[in-house]
Structure formats: structure tokens, C-alpha cells
Design a protein around this ligand. Structure first.
Ligand code: SF4
Ligand code: SF4
Length: 321
């Protein structure tokens, strides 16, 4: 019995070793790559790998990189353009809108003129200057109202209430590189975490059958950024070697602290300023931030395109999708 037990254990160990060696040798093994990067390993369950392309400021090449990754994507994917105020992905790719519905933000104050006794109280108390007297009645500017509800509390006759506020269209479009969830804001409205979450939520639902969900996050590290990257498995930080590159990268690194996903850096136009590019590399080494790629300056970048070869290398670094 003891001999049988010893043989069984050694067989088990040998099987485990074999499996380990196999996955080491097959470096392009998709599952092992996904595990190495901390990605979900579920297949066919709708758990698409979520990759958010982020940058501390606009103009670093974030959307250009997202578009290049979409063109070079090795697996079916869905995109979410969470940069609501500059929704460029829908301009970069030819799109066919498949579904459109109202994009609703937090409720907005409304005033019933048949009840209002024109006491001025709401207008005087609104800290956002959202209430004005026009054409013989009090009206609320939906673009200025924050939905704080103060006017409801100060109105002596309950003439104020809250109503849903439509701030634009939420669209799901077909592109040559997969579905794109995006929004078209009406003039005067700006982005918010709630709106970004709506775009992202629609993309996530559409990504059920796709392996990758690629998010173009809004520039910066504020509320809209947080809503865009929530739950992402990889945060791809785009750094451009300009005067503020290291400071911007440090700010983004701090904003990503505590995020459960992996944070990797791509240096865009890396050959434009070699000294600063080296400072960015040094920062990455010091902070333990892996480089997912460097995109040398290229004539194609003038035309808003990152060479396909550079994008393919980034995908290779992200692990075989
Ligand atoms: S809800 Fe707040 S911001 Fe909006 S109108 Fe009323 S007081 Fe002003
Ligand atoms: S507080 Fe009420 S009654 Fe007074 S102006 Fe505003 S809506 Fe009219």
C-alpha cells in the first residue's frame, strides 16, 4: 500500500512538472499569458479582457493608440469611447449606428409655472446660477443644474420638482473592427462619471461574445476616468516624452494605486525627445511599471495613425489574445 502511495505521488508530481514545463515552453500559450498578466481566464463566459487606454492629459496619443490597437486586435473585440467630450473613435472609423437611445444624466430641477408664486427663493439659493427669470416665468438651465435639490427645499409652495434629463444619445455602432459604444452629447453638456458608466455598461453588455473590451478613457484622473477604468484588467498608460511627461506619469501612477488591474506604460513618439524618454523609462523601472511598448516617431503619426507593427508589438506584450 505504501509503495502504491509513493508511486502515485511521484506520478502526480511528474504530471504537474510536465504541465508546468509545457506552459513555460509554449510562451505564446493564451491562457498562461492571460494568467501572467492577471487577466480573467474564463473562456466563453462573457468575461472579456478589459483594457483601458489612459493618459494624464489630452494630446498624448491615447485615442490614436486605442484606434491602432483596434486595427491590430488579434481577437473579436468591442470598443467603448468613454472620452465623451472628444468622441474621436466614431470619427476615425467608418460607423453604422445600430442602436440609439436617450442618454440620461442625473435628474434636473423643473419648475411648474402654474404653482410658482414668484418668491425668488429658488433663484437666490441656487449656488450654480441654474435658475433664471425668462419670458415671465422661472426656468432651470439643465446644463447648469447639478441636481442638488436645494430649490425643492426652499420653495414654499412645492412648485419645484426633479425630472429625468436627456443630455444626448447613447449609440451602439458597427465599425470594421468591432462594435463601438459611444455617446453624442448635446451642446452645453459635459461628461460625468454617470454618463461614462452608461457608455461603458453598454459596451460591457455588447462584449458578451467578444474576448476583448477596449476602453478609450477620458484624459485626466478625475471622476470620469475612474468610471471608465473601474474593473479594467489592464490599464495602458500612454506617456509622451514632453516637458511634463514624468510628472504626468507620476500623477497617473498615483491615480491607479489600489486599482486591481495591471498597469503598463506605452511611450508614444519615443524618439522625439530621447532624454525625456529615458527619464520616463527610469521612472517606470523605479516604480516597477512594465513597458508595454515604445512607438517611435513616424511620418504616419502626422496622419493620426500609429504603424500597425508597433500596435502588434503592444498586443504581444499584453499576452496572446
Ligand atoms: S437642483 Fe440645485 S443646481 Fe439645480 S436648480 Fe435646484 S438648486 Fe440649482
Ligand atoms: S421658490 Fe418656488 S415659488 Fe419661489 S420662485 Fe422658485 S419655484 Fe417659484
Amino acid at each position: 500500500m505504501q509503495i502504491f502511495h509513493r508511486n502515485f505521488v511521484s506520478l502526480l508530481i511528474s504530471l504537474m512538472l510536465h504541465r508546468h514545463l509545457y506552459s513555460r515552453v509554449c510562451g505564446n500559450n493564451e491562457e498562461s499569458n492571460r494568467r501572467r498578466l492577471g487577466l480573467s481566464t474564463a473562456e466563453g463566459t462573457g468575461d472579456a479582457g478589459t483594457i483601458a487606454v489612459v493618459s494624464a492629459k489630452g494630446g498624448a496619443g491615447r485615442t490614436t493608440l486605442a484606434a491602432a490597437l483596434a486595427r491590430a486586435a488579434p481577437s473579436p473585440m468591442v470598443m467603448a469611447d468613454c472620452s465623451l467630450e472628444v468622441p474621436d473613435l466614431a470619427l476615425i472609423f467608418p460607423t453604422e449606428v445600430l442602436a440609439r437611445r436617450p442618454l440620461e444624466s442625473i435628474p434636473c430641477a423643473v419648475i411648474d409655472p402654474t404653482v410658482c408664486v414668484e418668491c425668488l427663493s429658488c433663484m437666490e439659493n441656487c449656488r450654480f446660477g441654474a435658475i433664471a427669470y425668462r419670458e415671465g416665468r422661472f426656468v432651470v438651465d439643465p446644463a447648469a443644474c447639478t441636481g442638488c435639490g436645494l430649490c425643492l427645499r426652499v420653495c414654499p409652495v412645492s412648485a419645484t420638482g426633479m425630472a429625468p434629463r436627456t443630455v444626448g444619445d447613447l449609440c451602439l455602432s458597427r465599425t470594421p473592427h468591432g462594435l463601438l459604444s459611444h455617446a453624442r452629447l448635446r451642446p452645453g453638456f459635459c461628461t460625468s462619471g454617470t454618463l461614462v458608466a452608461a457608455v461603458r455598461g453598454q459596451a460591457r453588455a455588447a462584449a458578451e461574445a467578444a474576448r476583448i473590451l477596449l476602453i478609450d478613457a477620458p484624459a485626466g484622473t478625475g471622476e470620469a476616468f475612474a468610471a471608465a477604468v473601474a474593473g479594467a484588467e489592464i490599464l495602458l498608460v500612454v506617456a509622451e516624452p514632453d516637458r511634463t511627461a514624468v510628472r504626468d506619469l507620476a500623477r497617473m501612477h498615483a491615480a491607479c494605486a489600489g486599482h486591481p488591474g495591471r498597469v503598463l506604460v506605452v511611450i508614444n513618439r519615443s524618439t522625439l525627445n530621447p532624454e525625456t524618454a529615458e527619464e520616463v523609462r527610469t521612472f517606470c523601472r523605479k516604480e516597477g511599471l512594465p513597458l508595454a511598448g515604445e512607438i517611435p516617431f513616424d511620418e504616419e503619426i502626422y496622419r493620426g495613425r500609429i504603424p500597425a507593427e508597433a500596435a502588434r508589438k503592444v498586443w504581444e506584450r499584453l499576452g496572446g489574445y
